[in-house]
Design a protein around this ligand. Structure first.
Ligand SMILES: [Zn+2]
Length: 165
């Protein structure tokens, strides 16, 4: 879902999340989750240097245990603000990318259009547990390769920034 920055008014743009397209698919691939429920809101605001998105959402469903590969329930709650700045700032000769917005996670976009599906995928990826394991008594007996590095947070454009904080 593309939102032109210029179309965001003073009150911002509110978007309701639901399991229907495209959100269910976005969350499913972000979390590697079979989505049973998804509810929440996005509050998109324009900022002096780009945009910020407040994400408050909860998704639940079935995830495969990272240890034994059996289906296990997973619920992920997101309550965060992601800030986006024009990627052109990276090329304007400033040596350092300022992280003055403190706790906010900062991503970059083209300065014109923000893809909210990417934002939602990012928000859930950041909130997801590093490792999901079931509580079966025999979990772990088949040890080992069920989790082969996975994708998720490690591929996040925010991951590198987080390491710097
Ligand atoms: Zn397990």
């Amino acid at each position: 879902m593309q939102v032109g920055i210029d179309t965001i008014g003073p009150k911002g743009r509110q978007v309701q999340l639901s399991p229907s397209s495209p959100w269910g698919d976005v969350v499913a691939s972000s979390l590697d989750l079979t989505v049973a429920s998804l509810d929440g809101t996005l509050d998109v605001k324009r900022t002096a240097r780009g945009a910020s998105v407040v994400i408050r959402a909860t998704a639940s469903g079935t995830h495969l245990c990272d240890r034994c590969g059996q289906p296990t329930p997973l619920s992920v709650e997101v309550d965060t603000t992601l800030a986006y700045r024009p990627s052109a700032e990276l090329d304007d000769g400033q040596e350092e990318v300022e992280l003055s917005e403190g706790d906010l996670d900062v991503g970059f976009f083209d300065g014109v259009t923000l893809d909210l599906t990417d934002v939602v995928a990012e928000g859930f990826a950041l909130a997801a547990p590093d490792r999901v394991t079931c509580d079966r008594s025999d979990c772990g007996d088949t040890v080992g390769d069920a989790s082969d590095g996975q994708d998720g947070a490690s591929s996040s454009p925010f991951a590198a920034l987080k390491d710097l904080l």
